[in-house]
Design a protein around this ligand. Sequence first.
Ligand code: 0RA
Length: 643
Amino acid sequence: MSNNYTADNIQVLEGLEAVRKRPAMYIGDIGVKGLHHLVYEVVDNSIDEALAGYASSVDVIIHANNSITVHDDGRGIPVGMHEKEKRSALEVVMTVLHAGGKFDKGSYKVSGGLHGVGVSCVNALSKQLKVSVFRDGKKYEQEYEIGKPMYPVKEVGSTDKTGTSTTFLPDDSIFIVHEYKFETLAARLRELAFLNKGITLTITDEREKNDDGSFKNEVFYSEGGLIEFVQWLDETREAIIPQPIYVEGERDGVIVEMALQYNTSFNENIHSYVNNINTIEGGTHVSGFRRALTRTFKSYGEREKMFEKLKFDISGDDFREGLTTLISVKVPEPQFEGQTKTKLGNSEVQGVVETTVGEALKNYLEENPKQSKQIIQKVIIAATARHAARKARELVQRKNVLSGSGLPGKLADCASKNADECEIYLVEGDSAGGTAKQGRDRNFQAILPLRGKILNVEKAMEHKIYENEEIRNIFTALGVHHRDDKSLNIDKLRYSKVIIMCDADIDGSHITTLILTFFFRQMKELVEFGNIYIASPPLYQVKKGKQSEYCWTEQQREQAQIRMAGDTGKIDSVGVQRYKGLGEMNAEQLWETTMDPDRRTLKQVTIESAAEADRIFSVLMGDDVPPRRDFIVSHAKYANVDV
Ligand code: 0RA
């Protein structure tokens, strides 16, 4: 080994050490998200190989010990000597930050996780990692521990395949969560299959067996890409035109793909992606799309004299009511902006998308007059309803001004006005609301009781939403409203934590879902920025003499009973109270178990996959009842808690 090799090696280790010191900087966090991000990072490299035309399948395996294998049938990472680094190219890719893909000058990295950190980060954060390359008739291997190679790349046999296989075990001293969720990984692979048509992605879970003894497994493959993505999202919505409108094109080095479908709902659902990354904050590609849609449809409606009888203006929103859209662009050097770095900033992309989509829509309108008229008729209905909704909304704002402080009478506000430290509990029922008011710390906790079932916004028209008293109270208590472009003035939010507190029973979880649906459809920004939480009241109080313990699970209850029975072994001598509702607790108990920041557990509501969440809400809360029942049965836990 030359001195040079040693020197380079030291530099490499410093790089990987930086990753281990500040993992969150590289992969977002060290919780569930970061843990799953490791898999996405490795999968993205394989997807790139497939997009370059060399691989057709990517397989992910969750092993029994929560280690992961990602395999692809591409060319295999080059194993030859890297001139400058004086080591195998494979070793460089696996150990040098941001080295991945650097040799292949002709192609740019299309996918690449949000943080785009490369597989060396995964290596640095893995206790063990082994990479196998199948190339030139041979199989090569190298293993690493926390990023350090155990030996130089070695040839271990012959093969007639080509490809790359990476197996890694996340370092449990870095991550605070160690279990992979099948559903989470499956959702991302499904999304990738829709976004990259023609690639087969599979996931196998070796921790779980099917009835026939095989491992739990799912295969994702899409021939139709975004067309099928729209159809999957809108499965339980009623389509207005028989087939989605679709366009695919390339201009100035930017690849644009778009599919849209109109349905009879009132929601606008745009899901946008840049290089396979979900841009939840939108950006130039989305604004290009919107401009194209408004411009083309508006001039068509005017030319066909369909707007003549209207007494008010048609706005951009009206063209997007009941519209589900997918936009996917592939941009060589994306600039990400915004609070969560998921907003595309490249200004040149707006024009590219606007032109590509504009031309496609124009052609569609020319070639499909019947469908086009149906769409414009829907737009006119939307405009009329919006007009009614604006009146309702203005009425709300006027009423608020009349009632003095402008805050709802039912709100028990907190003393602090510093939103960062303030919380608001949305409590099911006036009686539990009363208990919460007594139990809270009034310095920073506000209480807003909600009466019974709140409106199902999934099925309601916009003006009904503003006419609903409970919903108006939520808007005014939180201090936010929709601007004319429908965005939320989130800077006026009066509480940084919005906590939904319902009974721990079926009714309570239904109400929680209704409230979540409301936030997801009407205040999505709050969900995206992590302001929404769900309180977890205990299920049991276990008591014996002066001893008392609250329990949240069956297992905790059992253990508490055994512990309190002690040497007597008489479990039935221990009292168990099952809390059916919040109302069964007094103010002090509610504070101790559910509201005291030092003792409570809050579940933060996050969106793992916006597309998945959109579909879940439309299935759960929409009109189509049979799929809803199936869905609740198979997804109940997942849908309720971890949307
Ligand atoms: C650069 C060059 C070549 C292959 C790859 C990268 C490659 C990387 C990954 C990561 C996961 N799977 C992969 N498969 C391939 C090949 C260049 C050549 O063969 O000439």
